[in-house]
Design a protein around this ligand. Structure first.
Ligand SMILES: Nc1ncnc2c1ncn2[C@@H]1O[C@H](COP(=O)(O)OP(=O)(O)OP(=O)(O)O)[C@@H](O)[C@H]1O
Length: 650
């Protein structure tokens, strides 16, 4: 046995090696090591010759019917709205590979979003499954949606990606060997077995696309929606992906893809085609019937012309708007079924309901939550995944630790021995503020820069029911904590000792606690911004919104000198509590008279300094409490915003 879900994450027990991933185990059954995974499609892998997955759908494929589908988007305040889909109808027959085609902007992705249930805002019309209105919870259990951009975990190998997905998507009662069999079966059939040890980020475009499909195949969906699976691939990879989809469809699944402009040979691989132009249906039927359809419509496809190209040209309006209207009328905007294979025998809605009686549905009634496994299993798998990624993440972990060491040494050198001299109290005060700035900026910016990328993966995996948002959120919170603690501790030790702050355990503990709290608040703030805004907007907003925090921290203008009408600002600035906490740690706890070398030493008595900066040394626990409230409130706010954002994009 080569692969097993739970084993993959525990590197010591991984039964194969990876030169690139850092796995250390070895095995006689190890797949060949890759020189470079980019260089080639797997030699000899031919999807047409793949025998098909052993894991075929256990239930009968479903018949999808959609009726009068409209989709309208709001263009902004006072800009009105735009209708993308104009009452389209259609039938997606089981065991078919179906292409949704059309010129750019025709509404293909929008239709796919609506059919998969991804888009819900501004959508009208109805979707029927086996003749009955679609119940979203049931539908999501039988379908998956693979978006155009491959949203993969680039730091994990193919095997790890699959194993973790299996742990999330397959029942926990299956043991690691049973899960391993499923994974082996899929990877072998998709020509990815040889790439088991290659990291996601190092796969070629075609391999990435196949891995996206492989990940969703784990729980054996009946219906697969793929948005532009061939975009960005060379012709051989396109053919491989489409042939793979064809094999999967003919095994008993319904596979619906959007495609731009397929070559004649690629077009012939599809069983059924649905052509859209400006949100209306131009043709619906088999690929073979397209030429006779055009002939009958009086717009015959020229000899030696790819029919797929020709209908796109017609749909673009190259031959006049009247041809578009003609095709929309002839196809009855998708109602006409005349161009399907054996169209007389296509069952009516009533016929379908009789074929699949309600009593059959009762037996497959979805129970429990939306996800396949329990919340505790999701949390544990996501934590394993998080720690594995953190271990390899050059930015979020390695760079973060290095930055803490480097900045710690720099600040320590700049303010060397400033902490124990009466003459250098103001310098030390500057140092404490600089430390706060460091704890605020680096975790916040790192989160703002990296989280939007995580968001796209989260959105895909959450929509495809891998895990709940709650499990995900708790896992990222827990996984990040040790890294924050280690980074903060390393930084604190360096800067505290180099600047000769008082060497007392209690004071250091207070200093470290305030540092860590500041990091956690800043990170939560970054999470709020990263969850809602793009990298560009977040990079602007993060520092901009932090400026008021600095203004009201009591550093430039003391808290006492703040105008009364601005005093509220100091209560909402977490840096104020951070600075006050630092002052309490360093100059509070009845710190004795400071060493002075000169005759006149203004801040010989720490009390003098505390009076001047208008900070009380006895507020430490209040500061800790205030920072705790900030962490909890911002974390909850970030969760709410994340949830809102995931729903809003739909
Ligand atoms: N949220 C939105 N706000 C405004 N316009 C939108 C929105 N979503 C889609 N559109 C518009 O709707 C039209 C259809 O978009 P869609 O992405 O479905 O087209 P498509 O056929 O998939 O195009 P392509 O092949 O280029 O991806 C386009 O003109 C697009 O600009």
């Amino acid at each position: 046995m080569m692969l097993a879900g739970a084993q993959i994450v525990d590197e010591s027990s991984v039964a194969y090696t990876s030169g690139k991933s850092g796995n250390t185990g070895t095995s006689a059954t190890m797949p060949p090591e890759e020189g470079s995974s980019r260089e080639a499609q797997p030699v000899g892998w031919n999807p047409a010759s793949a025998q098909g997955l052993h894991m075929v759908p256990k239930v009968d494929p479903v018949d999808i019917h959609f009726s009068n589908i409209t989709c309208t988007v709001k263009l902004g305040i006072n800009k009105g709205s735009k209708q993308i889909l104009h009452g389209v109808n259609g039938r997606l027959r089981p065991r078919q590979l179906i292409a949704i085609m059309g010129p750019s902007g025709a509404g293909k992705s929008t239709l796919l979003d609506v059919l998969s249930g991804y888009r819900i805002t501004g959508v009208g019309g109805a979707v029927f499954i086996n003749g009955r209105g679609r119940i979203m919870k049931r539908f999501k259990r039988m379908s998956c949606y693979i978006q155009q951009d491959d949203r993969l975990q680039g730091l994990l190998t193919v095997g790890e990606n699959m194993a973790l997905a299996a742990d999330l998507k397959l029942p926990t009662k299956l043991d690691k060997y049973e899960k391993g069999e499923v994974i082996e079966d899929i990877l072998t059939n998709l020509g990815l077995y040889e790439h088991m040890n290659t990291r996601g980020a190092q796969l070629s475009g075609g391999q990435r696309k196949r891995l996206s499909i492989a990940l969703e195949l784990i729980n054996n969906p009946l219906i697969m929606f793929l948005d532009e699976p061939t975009t960005g691939l060379d012709s051989s990879s396109c053919t491989q992906v489409v042939q793979l989809c064809q094999t999967l469809a003919h095994q008993g699944r319904t596979i619906i893809c959007t495609v731009h402009q397929p070559s004649a040979s690629l077009f012939a691989l599809f069983d059924q085609v649905y052509v859209l132009a400006a949100g209306r249906c131009m043709y619906q039927g088999t690929t073979k019937n397209l030429v006779p359809y055009l002939q009958q419509a009086g717009i015959p496809c020229p000899k030696y012309h790819n029919p797929a190209d020709y209908i796109i040209e017609l749909s673009c309006g190259e031959y006049g708007q009247d041809k578009i209207d003609l095709m929309a009328n002839k196809s009855e905007n998708g109602k006409a079924l005349d161009w399907f294979e054996d169209h007389q025998s296509i069952p009516s809605m009533e016929g379908l309901r009789k074929l699949v009686p309600l009593s059959v549905l009762r037996d497959t009634e979805p129970t429990g939550g939306d996800e396949e496994t329990s919340q505790s299993n999701q949390l544990s798998v996501l934590m394993k995944r998080g720690f594995l990624k953190a271990k390899r993440d050059a930015t979020m972990t390695h760079l973060r630790l290095i930055v803490n060491v480097v900045v710690g040494i720099m600040l320590g050198s700049l303010f060397i021995n400033a902490g124990n001299k009466g003459e250098r109290v103001l310098e030390n005060y500057n140092l404490l503020f600089a430390i706060l700035m460091h704890h605020m900026m680096s975790p916040m910016m790192l989160t703002i820069l990296t989280f939007p990328n995580e968001m796209s993966i989260l959105s895909k995996e959450h929509f495809n029911r891998w895990y709940s948002l709650g499990s995900y959120y708790i896992s990222i919170t827990i996984v990040d904590l040790p890294i924050s603690i280690v980074g903060c501790a390393v930084f604190s030790v360096i800067v505290y000792t180099m600047s000769s702050q008082p060497l007392e355990i209690a004071r250091f503990a207070m200093f470290f606690a305030i540092s860590l709290y500041t990091v956690l608040v800043a990170q939560s703030f970054g999470l709020m911004i990263g969850a809602v805004f793009s990298v560009v907007n977040g990079t602007f907003l993060g520092p901009t919104l932090s400026v008021p925090m600095m203004m009201f921290a009591g550093f430039g203008v003391t808290l006492r000198d703040l105008p009364s009408y601005l005093r509220w600002g100091s209560y909402i600035s977490y840096l104020r509590y951070g600075l006050e906490g630092f002052i309490g740690a360093i100059y509070g706890l009845g710190r004795p008279i400071l060493d002075c070398e000169s005759l006149y030493c203004h801040y010989k008595h720490p009390r003098t300094f505390l009076n001047e900066v208008a900070m009380s040394p006895d507020e430490f626990w209040w500061d800790v409490l205030a920072l705790s409230v900030f962490v909890v409130t911002l974390r909850i706010a970030a969760f709410v915003l994340l949830k809102w954002k995931l729903d809003a994009v739909r």
